[in-house]
Structure formats: structure tokens, C-alpha cells
Ligand binder design. Structure first.
Ligand code: 5AD
Ligand code: SF4
Length: 439
């Protein structure tokens, strides 16, 4: 049997696309190889959000090229956002690539394999269809991703994504409910809704069959057997009162929200074209916490956006302190080809960016520890994902607030267990399982 090896870069959207890519390859009769070394078909699902993502992938591609030189029958296939951002120039710069496709045309990979590689080498910018009907090899038995939309209509000046994933398109809500029902019937207890901007869901749907994000949450919440609903990422600008009310009232909607701040300086936010300022963000957090008091908040922050002064950065630290996030992904600003910010002439020096990000990471750790420590003594519902990586007598799972919880005694994967938290670090909670697991 011919074998493939797939390497995935980037976000959860890509991780989910990779489940479809694996499903397609396997339904075409290929088996999975343990390493690229042993594979006949080497596949990459790429990301291009920051320069470092490109760098990591190019390293992998050059290893694949070396393998192909040894065995010219090997095939190299590149999908995902980097691929889309390169378009046909990809083949000029990387002639070793046999086939490439963008995130909107995953199904074309199946056509290519089916045709024995006799099709044109590239498929970009074609939004064929949602991958919802493609075969899928799910990574986890009890947790699943559900793609609700694709693309993004925002124009954040630093971001390359709108140019690679295109305008926003929402999947019809009935397809989503159907897919969610199928997943739940298949043993899934937790679904994470995916989209570049989940809470603007539905605006592009035909008027006579349009629902928004709030109604989508309510309809999915009605599915019997669905214990947990998550979603990523929402945009602060689209948090209507209706969405907050739906999240607060639906039992399955988890008390965790990833709410990208990007910067705490209103001046920088304006140049980023985020369409909210510092005060509106803080007020939004207030409304969310008033409706869902225990909610865990995480965020994304970019340090060193062009023109960011020491005062702007201090504003970011101040907002971070004021909100007291549970955790954050911190990024050093990376100029991306074709974006508005890459052309700004007041780029911040690398040493300054690095020094600032270190200060921010210290603050992130401080609050993470503080927020986790406040949970000591509480009881958290944990969805079991397995055992601790270092001790198989300790169970591992996630709380509704999306924290990693280690507990004993361990319980079967997929069970829901109540855990009394006894200790906390900035990364994990530890505790004791209270009652027999709910299967
Ligand atoms: N440089 C650094 N970080 C970026 N992000 C997006 N574009 C860039 C860039 N050019 C970050 C944002 C976004 C996250 C997915 O990646 O914080 O929310
Ligand atoms: Fe995901 Fe953005 Fe990377 Fe594409 S570029 S894989 S959407 S993080």
C-alpha cells in the first residue's frame, strides 16, 4: 500500500482541515506512515500567519526535497495558507512540489490523487465548497471541531489571513446542526465551533434562511448528548447583547472565551483597524463578566506593531492588568507581505520587541497563576482526555474554563468527572476526583 505522511502547521482550523486531508487520502487507499522518511506521499498543511511559521515549514520542505532526490517517485503536496499566499509562484521557487492547493479547495486533493497525479499542479483561490461532506479521520473520540464559516471580512492591517482565506462565507445552519448531531451520535461530547470570526456567523446567508451566531448556539445547545460547546475565535466588535445572552443561558456553552485584544493602546488599535478602542474592550469584558461571572478569558496580543511607543506598550500592560486574563498568546509583530502594516515606515526594532514581549510574558504568567490559584477549593467538571504525560496513575483532562486538570484516581477517556482543585500552577490545576465518573 502507498503511504502518506502529513505535517500540520498553524491554528485549529488547519488541524481540522488536516482531519479531512487524512480522511481523503485514506479513502483513496493510502495508509499513514510514521515519518516522512517512510512515506511515498509527503503532505504539508501550512500556515503563514507569521514569518516564523514560513521558516519552520520551509525547513521541513527542504528535508522533503532531499528525500525526493533519493527517491524521485516520492510526491510532495502542499496545502494550506502558505500555499494559497504563494499561488503559482510556489512552483517557480519550489519545483519539487508536485501539487498544491489552498484552504478552500481541499477536495481537489482527492481529485488529484484519484487521477493518479495527472491534473494541473495548483488549485488556489477557488472556494469550492465546505469540506463538511468530505471523509474525515477525527483525532479524538469525544471532541470534535465544527467549521461554521471560512474567511474573514475584517481588514486588520497586520494580518495576511483575509488575503489567503478570502471573504467570509457561512455554512448553512441546517448542515451544521446535522453534522453536530452526527458527531454526537458518534460519541462526541464536546464540539468546538471554528471560524476566523465566529460571532459574525450568518451575515452572508440568504435572508430567508439566515440565523446569527446567538441562534446557532441555541440550536446546537438543544442537541441531546452534547455536553460542551466551545468556539474560536470571536471578534470583540461582534459581541452583541444577544450573543452574550445566548452564551450565558445555554448550558453547554463553556465558561471560556478567547477574546483577542491585540493591543491595549487605542492609538495602536486604530492603526491596526480593529474598530474598537481600549475603553470599548474593557466595557465589553465588563458586560461578559456580568452575564457569565466565572468565565475564563484568554487573549492574543501583538507586541511591537509599527509605531508602538513605550507608552502604547504600557497601555497594553495596563489593560492586561485591569482585565486579568487567564492566559494569553503573545506574538512579536511580524511584517507580512501585502499587508498595510508591513508598508508602515515606523517599524519597531527587534531588540525592543523582544524586550517588551518578555515583560508581557511575565505579566501573563503572574495573572495565570493568580487566576488558577483562585480556583483552589472549587469543584471543576473535567472532560477526561487521558492520563498525565509523566504519571499514568494520574488522570488528565480539561475544565469547562479550558484549563488542564490533573487528578487522581484516573478515569476513562471521555468521562466527565468532578474534581476538587487542591493546587494550581500557572499552567495546570491538580485535584481529587470526587464522584464516580459520568460515562
Ligand atoms: N504578526 C504577529 N502576530 C500576528 N497575528 C496575526 N498577524 C500577525 C502578525 N503579522 C496574531 C494575532 C492573531 C493571532 C492568530 O496571530 O494576535 O489573533
Ligand atoms: Fe490558521 Fe491563519 Fe495560519 Fe491559516 S495563516 S493556518 S488561518 S493561523
Amino acid at each position: 500500500m502507498r503511504r502518506y505522511h502529513l505535517t500540520t502547521f498553524g491554528c485549529q482550523m488547519n488541524a481540522h482541515d488536516s482531519e479531512r486531508i487524512k480522511g481523503l487520502l485514506e479513502s483513496a487507499g493510502l495508509g499513514e506512515a510514521q515519518s516522512a522518511n517512510e512515506a511515498d506521499v509527503i503532505v504539508f498543511n501550512t500556515c503563514t500567519i507569521r514569518e516564523r511559521a514560513d521558516g519552520r515549514f520551509l525547513q521541513h520542505l527542504s528535508n522533503a526535497r532531499a528525500l525526493k532526490r533519493r527517491d524521485p517517485d516520492r510526491r510532495i503536496i502542499v496545502g494550506g495558507c502558505w500555499s494559497e499566499s504563494m499561488k503559482d509562484a510556489l512552483f517557480e521557487e519550489h519545483p519539487e512540489v508536485d501539487f498544491a492547493f489552498g484552504p478552500g479547495s481541499i477536495a481537489r486533493l482527492g481529485d488529484y490523487i484519484g487521477a493518479g497525479g495527472s491534473l494541473p499542479r495548483g488549485h488556489f483561490s477557488t472556494f469550492d465548497e465546505f469540506a463538511g461532506d468530505l471523509p474525515m479521520r477525527r483525532e479524538r473520540p469525544h471532541q470534535a471541531w465544527l467549521q461554521i464559516s471560512m474567511g474573514c471580512n475584517s481588514v486588520c492591517s497586520y494580518c495576511i489571513v483575509p488575503s489567503v482565506r478570502g471573504r467570509e462565507r457561512s455554512r448553512p445552519w441546517r448542515d451544521l446542526v446535522d453534522e453536530a448531531e452526527r458527531l454526537v451520535a458518534d460519541g462526541v461530547r464536546e464540539i468546538t465551533l471554528l471560524g476566523q470570526n465566529v460571532n459574525s456567523y450568518g451575515r452572508d446567508l440568504p435572508v430567508d434562511d439566515r440565523i446569527g451566531f446567538a441562534d446557532l448556539i441555541r440550536r446546537l445547545d438543544g442537541i441531546d448528548g452534547l455536553d460542551r460547546l466551545r468556539y474560536t475565535s470571536p471578534h470583540p466588535k461582534d459581541f452583541t447583547a444577544d450573543v452574550i445572552a445566548a452564551l450565558a443561558s445555554c448550558a453547554s456553552a463553556c465558561e471560556h472565551m478567547h477574546l483577542p485584544l491585540q493591543s491595549g493602546s487605542s492609538r495602536v488599535l486604530k492603526r491596526m483597524r480593529r474598530t474598537y478602542d481600549r475603553d470599548r474592550f474593557v466595557a465589553l469584558v465588563g458586560r461578559i463578566r456580568a452575564a457569565i461571572p466565572d468565565i475564563a478569558l484568554t487573549t492574543d496580543i501583538i507586541v511591537g506593531f509599527p509605531g508602538e511607543s513605550e507608552q502604547d506598550f504600557a497601555d497594553t500592560l495596563a489593560v492586561y492588568d485591569e482585565v486579568g486574563f487567564d492566559h494569553a498568546f503573545t506574538f512579536v509583530y511580524s511584517p507580512r507581505r501585502g499587508t498595510e502594516a508591513a508598508a508602515m515606515d515606523d517599524q519597531v526594532a527587534d531588540v525592543v520587541k523582544r524586550e517588551r514581549v518578555e515583560r508581557l510574558v511575565d505579566l501573563v504568567q503572574l495573572h495565570a497563576h493568580r487566576r488558577n490559584a483562585a480556583l483552589v477549593g472549587t469543584v471543576q467538571e473535567v472532560l477526561v482526555e487521558g492520563v498525565s504525560r509523566t504519571d499514568s496513575d494520574v488522570g488528565r483532562g480539561r475544565s469547562r474554563g479550558n484549563k488542564t486538570v490533573l487528578f487522581s484516581p484516573p478515569a476513562p477517556e471521555g468521562a466527565l468527572v468532578d474534581v476538587r482543585v487542591e493546587a494550581a500552577t500557572s499552567q495546570t490545576l491538580r485535584g481529587v476526583a470526587l464522584v464516580a465518573a459520568r460515562q
